[in-house]
Design a protein around this ligand. Structure first.
Ligand code: HEM
Length: 158
């Protein structure tokens, strides 16, 4: 399929690698690592009693990198999405929240980032270059208040 003509939702959904890139990047690096909440009434969470008024943080990063939910969670694996047979689970979309306040921009950002991935790959292919990490990405991870790469990370194209 000619990916250069992929501009509509139906075209983009035929580009599984770009979609897997979108899902796997946000799984390992959720833009927001924590959702703040306040308990409006007393709750029982497992063994714990949470009094009304307690401030809670829902750890999205913990869920999206949990071995209970994802095989080999520390590995960046496009295959986990490409080879998937079942539907996308709500927990796979937790980076966008859940329930009544789920992200209203999900479909827009899906469209933008899948299209961006395709455009970037096509541009690099045309220029005959590949991206290369020039510094240690592990040391550059920042998750608070929102996920962001360190300014020290350098990517080269050659
Ligand atoms: C990768 C990009 C994005 C991520 C990871 C993301 C993530 C989230 C998350 C986790 C929430 C839930 C917050 C909560 O429950 O406390 C949220 C809500 C929201 N998002 Fe996004 N978002 C993204 C892009 C966008 C875009 C592009 C728009 C608008 C064009 C948008 C608009 C909103 C709005 C309005 C809400 C609040 C919904 C409500 O409270 O009813 N988001 N987003």
């Amino acid at each position: 399929r000619n990916s250069a003509s992929a501009t509509r939702h139906a075209d983009l959904s035929q580009c599984p690698v770009a979609e897997a890139l979108f899902r796997e990047t946000l799984r390992m690096h959720p833009a927001s690592s924590l959702l703040p909440r306040r308990a409006t009434q007393e709750l029982q969470l497992g063994q714990r009693r949470i009094p009304a008024g307690t401030s809670l943080g829902i750890p999205l990063l913990h869920f999206s990198t949990s071995p209970l939910l994802h095989e080999a969670p520390d590995q960046f694996r496009l295959a986990r999405w490409l080879q998937r047979t079942g539907p996308i689970r709500p927990v796979d979309m937790l980076q966008f929240g859940s329930g009544p306040h789920v992200c209203i921009g999900y479909h827009l950002v899906w469209l933008e980032l899948v299209q961006f991935g395709i455009a970037l790959a096509l541009t690099m292919h045309k220029a005959g270059v590949r991206p290369r990490l020039l510094s240690d990405a592990e040391k550059g991870r920042r998750y608070y208040p929102t996920a962001q790469p360190s300014m020290k990370i350098r990517i080269g194209f050659s």
